[in-house]
Structure formats: structure tokens, C-alpha cells
Design a protein around this ligand. Structure first.
Ligand code: C5P
Length: 231
């Protein structure tokens, strides 16, 4: 393994990537990259600066040097900042997710975000969560996961998540939004969502969030990451 150990976790929305990624990063004392948050921050930044979806050049310029930051609060929760303001709440809305997935279809925007994502790879290691972590951003990662689940399971998890966050949204609307996002993520010309050839694929349809975490942790342990972290 290189001196920076990278584990990638890719997959569509609602498969349990984020929860698993955060837990594994804490256990291994690795950094954690939520690459979806970068696309969401770009969407939020575009809204705040009145940049329209059609204005590709301004989106690329914003992606090149927008002022963003991540930090853990006193409860260990990750907080996300845009131009110094805590935007962790608004960032999670489905409307931002939709806009993010539209912004994410521009190859120029994706390449403007590449270096920013790679800067997260610092010793001792990184857990990178997203859609193209194992295929494009970190193709040499030491371990790659691709999580998937049935559409019904993902939609009901996403619905529960949004309700818990206080969004008043029907399951039907969530299903429609998820369908839109899936089709954009799977069919875009650059970096579409698909498993890396060497990814460990896991179907989480019938697993609880804890089971997903434990399954991934077992594989991480089998691959020797904990032994290395404790050496
Ligand atoms: O993971 P999350 O739901 O926060 O991602 C929001 C959107 O950002 C996704 O639907 C996808 O279009 C885009 N995205 C991406 N590549 C990534 C991560 C997210 O295109 N690596």
C-alpha cells in the first residue's frame, strides 16, 4: 500500500455509503471526503451568486475557487461551510441535490473539482464517498466498494431521511426525484455511475445501516487496514 491508504465507497443515493464512510473513517482515524457535498456546495454557491445552470463558464470558475470548509462540531458531526457560513442544513435538501446532479453533468465542472477532491488524500488515509471515487478520482485506491440496493429500498430510506430532517415530502415525490437523479448520474457522458472493475460490490437492500457498516468493516479488517493503522 502507498503511504496514503485510500478506500473508496461509490453507489447511488440511499445505499448507506455516507453512514458507513463516516464510521470507518473514525475507526481508522482517516480523513473523510463526502464528494457529493462538493457538488452540493457548488449548486448552493451558484444559487447564492445567481449563476444559472446554463452558465457553464461561471460554474467552472466557481468550482475552481469557491470558499468552502468542513469541520467536526463538538458532537463529532461534520459541519459544512460556504463563504464562512454553516450551510450543513440547506445543503441536504432535495432541491440542492437535484441542482447538484445537473451541475455534475458538465465535464468541465467535474474536472475543475478533481484537484480539490484529490487534496483530501493525506496520511494516514482517506475514505472517499461518491459516484466516481473508484473509477476516476482515485483509480489506484487500495480498496473499493460499490454499494447498491433496490429502488424501493433506496427511495424509502431517502424519504425517511428527508422527513427526519423536517422536509415535508411524499414518498411519491421522493421516488420521482430519485429516478431523475439516478438517470442523470447513470447516463451522463463523463464519469457516469458504475462500479470500478476491482470494486467489492454489496447489495444493501435487506441490511440495516448498522449491518452495512459492519459488513464493510469486516472487509476492511480482512484487507489488513486495522493492522496497519495500529502498527
Ligand atoms: O451523494 P450526494 O447525494 O450528496 O450527491 C449529490 C449529487 O452530486 C449526485 O446526485 C450526483 O449527481 C453528484 N455527484 C457526482 N459525483 C460524485 C458525488 C456526487 O456526480 N462523486
Amino acid at each position: 500500500m502507498s503511504s496514503v491508504n485510500i478506500i473508496t465507497i461509490d453507489g447511488p443515493s440511499g445505499v448507506g455509503k455516507g453512514t458507513a464512510g463516516v464510521v470507518i473513517a473514525k475507526k481508522l482515524k482517516y480523513d473523510y471526503l463526502d464528494s457529493g457535498a462538493l457538488y452540493r456546495l457548488l449548486a448552493l454557491g451558484a444559487q447564492r451568486h445567481n449563476v444559472e445552470l446554463e452558465n457553464e463558464a461561471s460554474l467552472v470558475a466557481l468550482a475552481g475557487h469557491f470558499d468552502i470548509a468542513f469541520s467536526d462540531d463538538e458532537n463529532g458531526e461534520i459541519k459544512t461551510f460556504f463563504e464562512g457560513e454553516d450551510v450543513s442544513g440547506p445543503l441536504r435538501s432535495e432541491s440542492i441535490a437535484q441542482f447538484a446532479s445537473q451541475v455534475a453533468t458538465y465535464p468541465s465542472v467535474r474536472s475543475a473539482l478533481l484537484d480539490r477532491q484529490r487534496l483530501f488524500a493525506v496520511e494516514p488515509g482517506l475514505i472517499a464517498d461518491g459516484r466516481d471515487m473508484g473509477t476516476v478520482v482515485f483509480p489506484d485506491a487500495a480498496l473499493k466498494f460499490f454499494l447498491n440496493a433496490s429502488f424501493d429500498a433506496r427511495a424509502s430510506r431517502r424519504h425517511k431521511q428527508l422527513i427526519e430532517r423536517g422536509e415535508n415530502v411524499s414518498l411519491r415525490a421522493v421516488r420521482d426525484q430519485l429516478q431523475d437523479r439516478d438517470s442523470r448520474d447513470q447516463n451522463r457522458l463523463v464519469s457516469p455511475l458504475f462500479p470500478a472493475e476491482d470494486a467489492v460490490e454489496i447489495d444493501t437492500s435487506n441490511m440495516t445501516a448498522d449491518e452495512v457498516v459492519n459488513t464493510l468493516l469486516e472487509i476492511v479488517a480482512l484487507k489488513g487496514f486495522f493492522a496497519e493503522a495500529n502498527a
